[in-house]
Design a binder for this molecule. Structure first.
Ligand code: ZN
Length: 539
């Protein structure tokens, strides 16, 4: 029924003339981590809370995070910059800088590795890798009184959506909500939220009661690689278990409650200039990684998120009134290969452990008479040849590494840094991009590897599941690239628009709604003419 209504609205909608309307006093940008278009399509007809309300806005159910590195940091970097990772510098969650003097050569996207004594895992949170302005920066330039606030379940989500100069930025650091900003008083709502969350975590969590819709999905599925079976979980948690707290609906509830507290305390949307609130809801991603996307666990997460989002929007209706919402995701995702195979995806499999860069690098080192491993990297994505390899041997090792990867039955393609540097940035719609164009959109000559490895469709790049992660994203395939984008504001006509627009189109579209000038040649996205009130000046 719902789909019929949307279809009717879409077909009857008359083309909207660009009618500039007053800018909303508060723009709320929500990223639901790992909300693929596939997951959105599956649950949209079943949700009656926040998603149903936003579904009455302008919905692009199948938009794109077009770039190859479909990970959290690059994904969040596109949402409010209008720029691909190739332009904004955030090419992956983690890359390597082999010229670093510290022993850990990996670099975390949202760290400042120049701080002495830090590593890519024990880091100082910082936006310094992000090379371009965010929406909040543009707003402050136009209206110095404008305020930018971020609240997220992950530091990289909060940092990449708000960049260099937010007024408040809070993220879950695994134990509590923390900030990277120096100075200034801690808001009272943070103090209350920390206490409330600490006492919640300190209590054990009994099994959630699944509605019939979710109970119908409760089938236990064994997982290869040593991990626990999944499929029928109900978020039981022992007192004090922070890992399971994070991978549960409670994380999003806490994030939204804190966001609401900051709206009240800072009186966002009531100031002299338009404000921005960026919210990163990370639980869907943690639940997806831990349990996959098609079990009872994800069903409970979707229903809980829908309810919490509904409460949050009702709060904004009451307290702010004139606000706009954009909801999207940083990347998509897919289910565990074990359940996918049972559902008929014959090629679904876990990655061959021999593809780990350390293993390929060890075999090559032995072949060339060198100690240790000569490669840095993961089991797909960017791979780097050790800088200590003598120049004469380097080209031969690189060629041998490429031959090894390209000959592997799970590898779709491997592109060298030189090949990518020669490839023009794609200009077609992202559904038409070739594989090398997808890789080009997250390529940075200085930060990217000597080559990039792309796995075949339906290969899950997690071999060892003992650590608790059973499923992931990060591939060049559409299940990881396609995400919904929703623009909602009171009075927007309901429209369901099945066009391959992009998350880089959000910044220019919101800028047009706000009346913010953005130089078209400084971004990759295009203002979407379907968003009413948007006088698309950057087109
Ligand atoms: Zn993510």
């Amino acid at each position: 029924m719902r789909f019929l209504r949307f279809t009717l609205f879409a077909s009857l909608a008359t083309p909207l003339a660009a009618q500039p309307s007053p800018a909303p006093k508060l723009t709320v940008v929500i990223s639901v981590d790992q909300l693929s278009s596939d997951l959105f399509d599956e649950y949209r007809p079943l949700l009656g809370g926040g998603f149903a309300k936003l579904g009455q806005g302008i919905v692009f159910p199948h938009a794109y995070q077009g770039h190859a590195a479909s990970e959290t940091c690059p994904g969040h970097s596109t949402i409010l910059t209008g720029a691909y990772p190739a332009r904004n510098g955030i090419i992956a969650n983690v890359w390597y800088d082999l010229s670093q003097t510290r022993s850990d050569k990996a670099v975390y996207c949202a760290e400042d590795e120049r701080v002495a004594g830090t590593s890519s895992t024990a880091y100082t949170v910082s936006p310094w890798h992000l090379k371009v302005p965010t929406l909040g920066d543009y707003m402050k330039r136009q209206w110095p009184a404008s305020r930018t606030v971020a609240v997220a379940g992950k530091d990289r989500a909060a940092v990449m959506m708000t960049g260099q100069r937010p007024d408040q930025r809070w993220f879950w650091n695994g134990k509590t909500f923390a900030t990277d900003l120096k100075g200034g008083a801690t808001p009272q709502t943070l103090i209350s939220a920390r206490t409330a969350i600490a006492s919640l975590v300190a209590q054990p969590q009994a099994a959630l009661e699944p509605p019939a819709l979710c109970a119908a999905k409760a089938t236990i599925v064994p997982v290869a690689g040593g991990g626990q079976p999944v499929g029928a979980g109900r978020f039981v948690r022992a007192a004090g278990d922070l890992t399971l707290f994070r991978a549960s609906p409670a994380l999003d509830g806490a994030t939204l409650a804190l966001a609401a507290g900051l709206v009240l305390e800072m009186q966002l949307g009531k100031g002299a200039a338009p404000d921005l609130l960026a919210v990163g809801l990370s639980a869907t991603d943690y639940v997806g990684h831990r349990y996959g996307t098609e079990g009872q666990e994800m069903c409970l997460q979707m229903l809980s998120l829908d309810r919490d989002l509904g409460d949050f929007l009702a709060f904004l209706d009451r307290e702010v009134g004139d606000y706009a919402v954009v909801l999207t995701a940083d990347h998509g995702g897919k289910d565990i290969p074990e359940r996918e195979r049972a559902a008929g995806v014959a090629g679904a499999a876990r990655v061959d452990p021999s593809l780990a860069a350390s293993n390929v690098g060890k075999a090559l080192a032995a072949r060339f008479g060198l100690p240790g491993s000569v490669l840095y990297g993961s089991n797909f994505g960017d791979v780097y040849v050790d800088r200590s390899v003598a120049a004469g041997q380097r080209a031969r090792i690189l060629a041998a590494a490429l031959a090894t990867y390209r000959a592997h039955p799970q590898v779709e393609a491997a592109f060298t840094n030189e090949q990518l540097a020669r490839t023009p940035m794609p200009t077609a719609t992202p559904d038409k991009w070739t594989l090398i164009e997808r890789a080009r959109a997250s390529f940075d000559a200085k930060r990217s590897g000597d080559f990039v490895v792309l796995l075949k469709r339906d290969i899950t790049p997690i071999a060892d599941t003992k650590g608790g992660y059973v499923s992931t994203h990060g591939s060049v395939w559409d299940y990881d690239r396609r995400v919904p984008i929703i623009f909602w504001r009171p009075g927007y006509p309901a429209q369901n628009i099945d066009l391959p627009v992009q998350t880089v189109d959000i910044l220019p579209s919101v800028a047009a709604m706000l009346g913010l000038p953005i130089a078209a040649d400084s971004i990759d996205g295009k203002c979407l003419p379907q968003t009413p009130g948007a006088a698309c000046t950057t087109r």
